[in-house]
Design a protein around this ligand. Structure first.
Ligand code: HSE
Length: 317
């Protein structure tokens, strides 16, 4: 979608920004896909008072900081405001649909929703790549680093590869027909900062080669409808082995998903949510098995089965 087809010049707009799985195992910090089943809804209104005000926060998280510079949506909106220099201010309400610390890109979705809603108020809206850069400023508040693997899919939809940080280039990767994502979110909080802090700074050469091959194979498999290459490639040998100890029942959940026919199963982002890719014919069984294994490990889990191909963030009201 380009800026020309999007609303402009409104006085108030609500945007829905979907959750996301980012990274998708092998594509650490660069590859993610949107999960359109849940998301954040951000309402932005024109205000006579210049600058940005966050009027409140509702939904599954209500205790977010309301100071714009400490809030992911607020910081993203500040970046847009500096670039747009509108003749009005912004007032924003955040309705969280994505649990915090879930590994489903909640902070990214809030940042994306904020800039998509605010963009609809501008007489000369920005294109999506500019919005990506504004939203990245917001994501940095939450995770302490600039990465785009949640922001890009939430904004553009589907499976998205992002190359570069200062000058990010976004590539939507086609997904073979019939592939669905199974998402299981155990009811626990995992800090992204913590899950990043435990990662080693160095990667063994053998793992580097293996991981590179897996990522290349996975993406090639997506372009060529080669399910065996996707199955082979969806195997994170660098990050997952370091993070799986943070998730109760990780190995049992993964094994159950694969036994039920999943093409692959790994950690969604920094966790604790886990995702699997499966053909639609296997997806319900994969979901049942993953949820049952989490339950055996003492954790209840929310769950969704969603197509990987989807639209990104959009103005809904
Ligand atoms: N790619 C990031 C990570 C996502 O895995 O740490 C966290 O939001």
């Amino acid at each position: 979608m380009n800026a020309m087809s999007e609303p402009r010049g409104l006085t108030r707009a609500t945007a829905f920004a979907p959750a996301s799985v980012g990274n998708v195992g092998i594509g650490f910090d660069i590859l993610g896909f949107a999960v359109d089943a849940i998301g954040d809804r951000i309402t932005v209104s024109r205000s006579e008072r210049p600058g940005i005000r966050i009027s409140g926060c509702s939904g599954v998280a209500t205790d977010l900081p309301l100071e714009p510079e400490k809030n992911t949506a607020g910081r993203a909106l500040m970046a847009l405001n500096v670039a747009a220099k509108p003749a009005f201010g912004f007032e924003m309400h955040i309705e969280k649909g994505i649990p915090l610390g879930s590994g489903l890109g909640g902070s990214a979705a809030s940042a994306v929703g904020a800039v998509v809603a605010a963009n609809a108020l501008l007489d000369e809206p920005f294109d999506r790549l500019a919005l990506l850069k504004f939203a990245m400023q917001g994501e940095a508040v939450a995770s302490g680093s600039l990465h785009v693997d949640n922001i890009a899919p939430s904004l553009f939809g589907g499976l998205v590869l992002t190359v570069g940080i200062d000058n990010p280039r976004v590539k939507r990767i086609p997904v073979p027909p019939g592939i669905t994502a199974v998402i299981a979110h155990p009811h626990m909080f995992l800090s992204t900062r913590q899950a990043r802090a435990i990662l080693k700074r160095d990667v063994a050469m053998a793992d580097f080669v293996w991981q590179t091959a897996n990522l290349a194979g996975f993406i090639s498999g997506c372009y060529t409808n080669d399910l065996e290459l996707i199955r082979e490639g969806l195997n994170d040998v660098v990050i997952e082995p370091q993070r799986r100890q943070l998730i109760p029942g990780f190995s049992a959940v993964r094994s159950a998903a694969l036994a039920a026919g999943a093409l692959g199963c790994s950690i969604s982002g920094a966790g604790p949510t886990m995702f699997a890719w499966a053909l639609a014919s296997h997806a319900q069984t994969v979901r049942e098995q993953m949820v049952a294994e989490f339950a055996r490990n003492g954790v209840a889990a929310d769950h969704w089965v969603v197509p990987v191909e989807s639209d990104g963030a959009r103005v809904v009201a």
